[in-house]
Design a protein around this ligand. Structure first.
Ligand code: INI
Length: 157
């Protein structure tokens, strides 16, 4: 299909790439599964241990400022943000999830460094568990795959 159209697409080859992984301590029961899934994915696609840096941070609200510093360092081809914001009984959820999401998008656009968005935003702990390596897959794996593809696309543009 579309054989006659010039097409740019990313191969899932992580060899030689430098990644920073930002992961929250908040909800670490869930987030540790996202990290495990993401690392497993990256290593099975050729990533090298000495080219990956894991940065642990308090919560999702802190993601944008840490992501900004990492992106501006020029050391990373891509940044993966992993966390979980789980709704409680107050509007706190909306502020934390909203600011983290908006901030990460701003950092990515303003620096040109792709950010893999592996931040779960769920109504319940059960929904979070489902997306952290059980019946709805693993959002850490999905975000790592999307990041790798985007890094490889950007390198060709
Ligand atoms: N941080 C999270 O990563 N997930 C949450 O579910 C969460 N909730 O629900 O409060 C959360 N709050 C902490 C926040 O991200 C900051 O770390 C904190 O407010 C200190 O700045």
């Amino acid at each position: 299909m579309h054989d006659d159209i010039k097409t740019i697409e990313g191969l899932f080859d992580a060899k030689g790439l430098h990644f920073a992984v930002i992961a929250t301590r908040f909800n670490d029961f869930i987030v540790d599964r996202l990290i495990g899934g993401a690392f497993d994915y990256l290593f099975r696609h050729g990533a090298e241990k000495d080219k990956i840096t894991l940065v642990r941070i308090p919560g999702a609200f802190e993601m944008p400022v840490v992501c900004k510093k990492l992106a501006e360092s020029g050391k990373y081809d891509g940044i993966l943000a992993l966390g979980a914001v789980i709704r409680g009984g107050t509007p706190h959820f909306d502020f934390v999830a909203g600011e983290a999401t908006k901030g990460l998008a701003q950092v990515s656009l303003s620096t040109g460094v792709p950010v893999g968005f592996g931040l779960l935003t769920t109504d319940s702990i059960e929904q979070a568990i489902e997306r952290a390596g059980t019946k709805a897959g693993n959002k850490g794996v999905e975000a790592a795959a999307a990041l790798l593809e985007t890094v490889r696309v950007l390198k060709q543009l």
